[in-house]
Design a protein around this ligand. Structure first.
Ligand code: NAD
Length: 301
C-alpha cells in the first residue's frame, strides 16, 4: 500500500481529495488528509480518507505528498518553516506534488531544497475551476524533471483529464499565470460586453448564445457566465459564492505582473485587469467568485 498525504482541502483541494479517495483501491493507496479547518476534511473522510490532526501527522511515512494551498507564503511555511516545515521530515523516496498556484521562485526554491535530500518535487497548478475539481477533469500544468512528472502522472490522472509537462521546476507556475492573466481579461471583457447589451435592452441569455457561436465566443461564455441566472450551477447564479475568489485572482495577477517585470514583457491588458480586480477587492468583494467583476459594470443608479 502506498501512503498518500493531501494537505489543503478548500474549494479545490476538497473535491480533489475526494476523487483521490475514490481511487484508493485502483491505485492501492491509503489517504491521509489535513486542513486547518477540520470541517473541510469531512467529504474526503466520507470516501475513506483519514483525517490527521496536523500536517506532520498526515505526512508520517508518506510516499507521496500533495498540497493545494492558497499562495506562495503558505507553501513556503508548510514545507520550509524552520520549526514546523514538513520537508525535513519526509523520507528521501517521497514525491511532492504542489498543486497550488504560486510564484515560480517559491516553487523552484522548494524543489531545490527537496532535491538536496533526494526528494522529487513537481509543481502542478491546475485549471478547470471547482466544477473541474468535482468532476475530476482538471488540467494539470506541471514543472519538474521527466522522472518526477512520470511518477506524478498516475495520481494526477484520477483528478484530471489533461496532464501537461510544461518544463523544469517552476515552468508549471509560469504557464498557469499566463493562462490566468488571459482568463481575467476574458472575464472582464465578457462582463463589459454583456452589460452593454443589457443596457440596450438585450436579454443576456440570448446575447450570450449569439456571442458563444460568434467571434467573441470564449470559455467564460461557455462554462462560467458572469451574469446571474443565465447559466445554472455557476457562482453568478448563486450570489457569486464558491468558485474562484477575487482575492486569489488578484494574487495571480500580481504574480503575472511580477513575471512581466522580471522578463521586461509588455502586458498592458493584464495590468488593467489587475487594477480592476484590485479595486473590486478593495470595495469588499475579495471573498466573492471572480465572475462578480460583472457587478462593476451594472447601472446601480
Ligand atoms: P481555498 O482558500 O478554498 O483553499 C485553501 C485551503 O487551504 C483552505 O481550506 C485552508 O483552510 C487550507 N490551508 C491554508 N493553510 C493551510 C495549512 N498550513 N495547512 C493545511 N491547510 C491549510 O482556495 P482554493 O480555491 O481551493 O485554491 C487553492 C489554490 O488553487 C490557490 O492557489 C488557487 O489560486 C488555485 N486555484 C483555484 C481555482 C478555483 O477555481 N478555486 C482554480 C484553479 C487554481
Amino acid at each position: 500500500m502506498m501512503k498518500v498525504a493531501f494537505i489543503g482541502l478548500g474549494n479545490m483541494g476538497g473535491p480533489m481529495a475526494v476523487n483521490l479517495a475514490k481511487a484508493k483501491q485502483a491505485l492501492a493507496l491509503e489517504l491521509s488528509v489535513f486542513d486547518i479547518v477540520a470541517d473541510n476534511m469531512s467529504d474526503a473522510v466520507k470516501q475513506g480518507a483519514t483525517a490527521a490532526s496536523s500536517a506532520l501527522a498526515a505526512i508520517k511515512d508518506a510516499d507521496v505528498v500533495i498540497s493545494m494551498l492558497p499562495a506562495g507564503q503558505h507553501v513556503h511555511r508548510l514545507y520550509l518553516d524552520e520549526q514546523t516545515g514538513i520537508l525535513a521530515k519526509l523520507k528521501a523516496s517521497c514525491l511532492v506534488i504542489d498543486c497550488s498556484t504560486i510564484d515560480a521562485e517559491t516553487a523552484v526554491l522548494v524543489a531545490e531544497r527537496a532535491a538536496q535530500t533526494g526528494i522529487e518535487m513537481v509543481d502542478a497548478p491546475v485549471s478547470g475551476g471547482t466544477a473541474g475539481a468535482l468532476a475530476g477533469t482538471l488540467t494539470f500544468i506541471c514543472g519538474g524533471t521527466d522522472n518526477g512528472f512520470k511518477r506524478a502522472k498516475p495520481f494526477l490522472e484520477v483528478m484530471g483529464s489533461n496532464i501537461f509537462h510544461a518544463g523544469q521546476a517552476g515552468a508549471g507556475q509560469v504557464a498557469k499565470i499566463c493562462n490566468n492573466m488571459l482568463l481575467s481579461i476574458l472575464m472582464v471583457g465578457t462582463s463589459e460586453a454583456l452589460s452593454l447589451g443589457i443596457d440596450h435592452g438585450l436579454d443576456p441569455k440570448v446575447l450570450s448564445q449569439i456571442m458563444q457561436v460568434s467571434s467573441g465566443g470564449n470559455w467564460t461564455l461557455d462554462k462560467y457566465n458572469p451574469c446571474p441566472d443565465v447559466m445554472p450551477n455557476v457562482p453568478s447564479s448563486n450570489q457569486y459564492q464558491g468558485g474562484f475568489m477575487v482575492d486569489l485572482m488578484v494574487k495571480d495577477l500580481g504574480l503575472s505582473m511580477a513575471a512581466a517585470l522580471a522578463s521586461n514583457s509588455s502586458t498592458p491588458m493584464g495590468a488593467l485587469a489587475r487594477s480592476l480586480y484590485t479595486s473590486h477587492a478593495r470595495q469588499g468583494h475579495g471573498k466573492l467568485d471572480f465572475s462578480s467583476i460583472f457587478e462593476q459594470f451594472k447601472d446601480k443608479r
